[in-house]
Design a protein around this ligand. Structure first.
Ligand code: BES
Ligand code: MN
Ligand code: ZN
Length: 496
């Protein structure tokens, strides 16, 4: 549940009313109109003085907090960058404004929207982003701190609309933005939690809780015995070295027509990746608690879909396990048989993500999905290729790839398409099995995707390698990506 409430109503145009922080968006050189002059005089001329002395320029994302006292305690001048701001400018505006308000002690804020000219095609996007940024800015990790960090004081944000605004559409967009922001924060929290708390069973609990909140969702959790009965030897090879039990988590949401093919989301849920017998070096190994970032993001997207009540069917599958070395762990050279019947030579136990995902991709066939999108912190090589800006996108279907690229642009949670050419597939040849689990030194993110593609032939499928986008190293913390992209993709499929 969002800690901040968003509402919108027409500016009455008479009394200014009380607010702890009035947000006044202004373009470079923008003159104050009649209404803004009224606000200025209610603030003892603080706004016109700031404009006159040049302290506020109106550059996109620039802010100046003025302290007025009286009914309007503060005015936040917020730069729009242009009198016709594009989405780049607008997202700088929403993000910097959310930060500036929440760094103050203001308990409520009021956006004065009439000074801002948002193009009609950007309107819903803008209000969705405004609410989303408000919610994500308020996130604090506190679960394992004995002295909690100061929370934002902000409780309410009201948008004052100009005459002729479609307040119904704007309210809907604000509500969507809250659902999206909550989904993102939910994913960040799960990924930030340490691996001694966030275990496979903990992830299962989160999925059950989502199902319980919605009358249209159900959750089924498979234990290791059930997975063994299904022949998921590949997934189980990853959990062989740990005492923490693995889970296959299945969450079905039926918001759409009965019988309509669901869209499937599949998440890599390695709650800790030590590398196993192919042990990772010690430096930054703590960051491998984030190796369930794919699982966190599909849970976050489900959280958003359920709270938006999207008229669509979605099924989520998370393959959750811990990858540890021990006397019972899988050894390099071991050969296992996947649920699909394809045998795999495990040449490196640190390439475990693909080993759990391949069985989840086979499992999801039973839902006869319209599309399958998996999200996984799969390869360090993807960070080398794309850094943290873009998630790596692979697909066996151009239409699906383009829909995901578009959803990434729309949500500003972008992906970049990578090749899945046949020529790369032979890097996975093995003398001792149908497939090796590593593909040699070159194109590591591509060969990992090639491995997955062998198990995803029954449906339109895409894979997001989020190793670079799912968390930041300094300061350390989960980003909640790609919840924005996935949720937008599903909103587009539901045509809302
Ligand atoms: N979880 C890692 C990928 C990863 C590494 C994500 C660093 C984020 C930061 C994955 O399981 C892994 O270990 N991949 C190996 C594959 C290799 C053994 C072929 C890698 O990237 O080194
Ligand atoms: Mn690994
Ligand atoms: Zn991993």
């Amino acid at each position: 549940m969002s800690a901040i409430r968003f509402s919108a109503k027409a500016d009455p145009g008479t009394a200014i009313g009380k607010t702890a922080c009035l947000v006044l968006p202004l373009a470079p050189g923008q003159k104050l109109g009649r209404r803004e002059k009224q606000i200025d005089s209610a603030c003892g001329g603080a706004i016109s003085a700031a404009l006159k002395n040049g302290d506020f320029t109106g550059t996109a994302g620039s802010n100046l907090m003025l302290h007025c006292g009286g009914d309007i305690a503060r005015v936040l001048l917020a730069g729009t960058g242009s009198d016709k701001p594009d989405r780049d400018c607008l997202s700088k505006l929403t993000a910097s404004t959310a930060r500036a308000i929440q760094e103050s002690q203001a308990g409520d804020a009021r956006w004065h929207a009439p000074t801002l000219k948002v193009d009609k095609k950007d309107r819903d996007w803008f209000y969705r982003t405004l609410a989303k940024d408000g919610i994500t800015t308020s996130y604090r990790y506190t679960k394992t701190l004995s002295k909690p960090k100061a929370n934002t004081k902000l409780k309410r944000v009201n948008v004052s609309l100009g005459a002729g605004s479609d307040s119904k559409a704007i309210k809907t967009a604000l509500t969507e933005g809250c659902s999206l922001g909550d989904g993102i924060n939910f994913a960040r929290e799960l990924a930030n939690l340490p691996a001694n708390i966030c275990t496979p069973e903990y992830l299962a609990k989160q999925a059950r809780a989502i199902a319980q909140k919605s009358g249209k969702a159900s959750c089924k959790v498979l234990n290791e015995k059930a997975m063994r009965d299904l022949g998921m030897e590949s997934l189980l090879s990853v959990t062989a070295g740990t005492v923490t039990p693995a889970r296959l988590i299945v969450l079905e949401y039926r918001g759409g027509k009965r019988g309509a093919a669901p869209h499937a989301l599949v998440g890599k849920g390695i709650t800790f990746d030590s590398g196993g017998i192919s042990l990772k070096p010690g430096a930054k190994m703590d960051e491998m608690k984030f190796d369930m970032g794919g699982a966190a993001s599909v849970l976050g997207a489900m959280h958003a879909v359920v709270s938006m009540r999207l008229p669509i069917n979605v099924v989520m599958v998370v393959a959750a396990a811990e990858n540890m070395p021990s006397g019972t762990a899988t050894k390099p050279g071991d050969v296992v048989r996947s649920m699909a019947g394809i045998t795999i030579e495990i040449l490196n136990t640190d390439a475990e993500g693909r080993l759990v995902l391949c069985d989840a991709l086979t499992y999801v066939e039973r839902f006869k999905p319209a599309s399958v999108v998996d999200a996984a912190t799969l390869t360090g090589a993807c960070i080398v290729a794309l850094g943290s800006q873009a998630s790596g996108l692979y697909a066996n279907n151009d239409k699906l790839a383009n829909e995901l690229l578009a959803a990434g642009e729309e949500s500003r949670d972008r992906a970049w398409r990578m090749p899945l050419w046949d020529e790369y597939q032979r890097q996975l040849d093995s003398n001792f099995a149908d497939l090796a689990n590593i593909g040699g030194p070159g194109a590591g993110s591509v060969t990992a995707a090639c491995f997955l593609s062998r198990f995803a032939k029954a449906y339109p499928w895409a894979h997001l390698d989020i190793a670079g986008s799912a968390w930041n190293s300094a300061p350390k913390g989960a980003t909640g990506r790609p919840v924005g992209l996935l949720t937008q993709y599903l909103m587009d499929r539901a045509q809302v």
